[in-house]
Design a protein around this ligand. Structure first.
Ligand SMILES: [Zn+2]
Length: 254
C-alpha cells in the first residue's frame, strides 16, 4: 500500500472516532533515536536486565543499575519528541484523544505537550527516581553527583529508603493506579490506536483486546507484524511519524 492510501485510511478512522485512546510502545520513540531494548540486537539481548528482586537484595546490583542508567543519561537528556509524538499531542489538545497509555519510560509524550494527567505510564518513567518505601520523588542529577563522589547511590532524603528510577522493572508489580486508569480509559474509548508496540508484553498488551471486546475500533501502526493484527480493523506496517502527521493534517483540513 502506498503512503498516501495509508494516510487516507488512518485519517478516516481518526475522523470517525468520538474518543480515541492512543497506546504507544518503543516504536514511536525509536524514531527519536531511543533504541528498543527488547528488539533483536537491543541492549537486553546483550546484557540481561536487572530484576527487581536482585535490585532490592544486592548493593552491587543497585550500583550496576545506576551505572547503566547514568551511561544512558546523555541520550535520555537530549532526545526530543518527533513528528509522531507531536501528532499525538495534537490529538489530545484538540480533544479527539482522551488519554495516551504508554509502555515507554522516556517522558517524550509529556515533553511534546501532553498534560501529565492525560499520560498513563504503564512501565513508569526513567527521567526521575522514586523511593521504594515512601514513594517520594527524587531528581537524577543530585543522585548522580552523589554516586560519582562516593560510589554509592544516596538514600531517600525523607525516610532513608532505597531510591530507584521510577520505572517498573522485571519482577516488579504493575502500578495499580496506572493500570486502573488505563482500564477505564480503554473502556470509554471508541477507537484504540496502537503506535509502535509489538503487543507481546502483558498485561499491557491486554488493553487493545479489551477495547475490541467493548466494541471499539482497533488500529495498529507498527513496523512489524503483531499478534493482534488479525483482530484489528486497520493495520499499517509503516513508520509512525510521517503517517500519523499526514493523517492528523487531513483532519485539520477537513
Ligand atoms: Zn523515602
Amino acid at each position: 500500500m502506498s503512503m498516501n492510501s495509508d494516510i487516507a485510511d488512518l485519517a478516516e478512522f481518526l475522523d470517525a472516532a468520538e474518543r480515541i485512546v492512543v497506546f504507544t510502545g518503543a516504536g514511536i520513540s525509536t524514531e527519536s533515536g531511543i533504541p528498543d531494548f527488547r528488539s533483536p540486537g537491543g541492549i537486553w539481548t546483550k546484557m540481561a536486565p536487572i530484576e527487581f528482586q536482585d535490585f532490592v537484595s544486592s548493593a552491587e546490583m543497585r550500583k550496576e543499575a545506576w551505572r547503566r542508567r547514568f551511561a544512558m543519561e546523555e541520550m535520555f537528556a537530549t532526545v526530543t519528541p518527533n513528528l509522531g509524538h507531536k501528532a499525538v499531542a495534537e490529538l489530545v489538545r484538540t480533544g479527539r484523544a482522551s488519554h495516551v497509555i504508554t509502555q515507554n519510560i522516556d517522558n517524550l509524550h509529556q515533553d511534546s505537550g501532553v498534560p501529565d494527567e492525560r499520560v498513563i505510564e504503564l512501565h513508569g518513567n526513567t527521567r526521575y527516581a522514586k523511593c521504594l518505601d515512601s514513594g517520594a520523588r527524587a531528581e537524577l542529577p543530585p543522585i548522580r553527583s552523589h554516586f560519582e563522589k562516593t560510589g554509592e547511590p544516596p538514600d531517600c532524603q525523607f525516610c532513608a529508603g532505597m531510591l530507584k528510577t521510577a520505572t517498573i522493572s522485571f519482577g516488579q508489580s504493575m502500578p495499580e493506579i496506572e493500570m486502573a486508569r488505563a482500564e477505564s480509559a480503554t473502556r470509554a474509548c471508541d477507537l484504540f490506536l496502537v503506535l509502535g508496540s509489538s503487543l507481546v508484553v502483558y498485561p499491557a498488551a491486554g488493553f487493545p483486546l479489551l477495547a475490541k471486546r467493548r466494541g471499539a475500533k482497533l488500529v495498529i501502526v507498527n513496523r512489524e507484524e503483531t499478534p493482534q493484527d488479525e483482530v484489528a480493523d486497520l493495520v499499517l506496517h509503516t513508520e509512525i511519524g510521517p503517517t500519523l502527521r499526514g493523517a492528523v493534517d487531513r483532519l485539520k483540513a477537513g
